[in-house]
Design a protein around this ligand. Structure first.
Ligand SMILES: Nc1nc2c(ncn2[C@@H]2O[C@H](COP(=O)(O)OP(=O)(O)OP(=O)(O)O)[C@@H](O)[C@H]2O)c(=O)[nH]1
Ligand SMILES: [Mg+2]
Length: 176
């Protein structure tokens, strides 16, 4: 299968995937505060601090039931299957402190119900929107609950932490 991009951005609608790709690459997709702003994948090239430039794909958001076709989910999951590493983007402000992994598990459930290939893909968890107030408790609740995944935090809107993500991805792709 021909790869669409080295890195795929996945997450719920409104997580900030399009905002992130516009900060880390040449792509300039539409950004808006309603779900399903992005309806087709958008590819951008990223200038890495070392190694080759790499391609990142902004994929439309997934919702519960995506693997059964809800919200055009199957078409979106097919695109995700054609990317290398996954960046799983999560809106910190939407984390429920009583059930911090809820949306993380929802997305992973859709990936694994769709295919084993998707379930097995390497995933970097990125908590987005650290510029918003009162995010510390939510970040702590999330990181306490989730083990065995690299977790980065950033603000796709202000760009804080985006360089670190790009370096992390570049070094990961370099190893492969
Ligand atoms: N405060 C804040 N808002 C953000 C940040 N990143 C994205 N947003 C806002 O969140 C909303 C959704 O952003 P998008 O980038 O369109 O989200 P998306 O994940 O591409 O959404 P879909 O295309 O619907 O899947 C917009 O109103 C953005 O301005 C951030 O780091 N901080
Ligand atoms: Mg989008």
């Amino acid at each position: 299968m021909k790869l669409l991009a080295d890195v795929g951005l996945v997450g719920l609608p409104n997580a900030g995937k399009s905002t992130l790709i516009s900060h880390m690459s040449s792509a300039r997709p539409k950004i808006a505060d309603y779900p399903f702003t992005t309806l087709t994948p958008v590819i951008g090239m990223v200038d890495a601090p070392f190694g080759e430039p790499f391609a990142v794909a902004d994929i439309p958001g997934l919702i519960e039931g995506a693997h059964e076709g809800i919200g055009l989910g199957i078409s979106f999951l097919k695109h995700i299957e054609r990317t290398g590493i996954l960046v799983h983007l999560i809106d910190i402000s939407a984390i429920d402190e009583d059930d911090p992994l809820k949306s993380f598990q929802l997305i992973n459930n859709e990936l694994s119900k769709y295919s084993e290939t998707l379930a097995a893909k390497k995933q970097i968890v990125v908590l987005n929107k650290i510029d918003l107030p009162d995010t510390l408790e939510k970040i702590n609740a999330f990181t306490r609950a989730l083990k065995n995944f690299p977790i980065l935090t950033l603000s796709a809107a202000t760009g804080k932490g985006v360089k670190e993500l790009v370096s992390f991805l570049a070094s990961d792709l370099h190893k492969e």
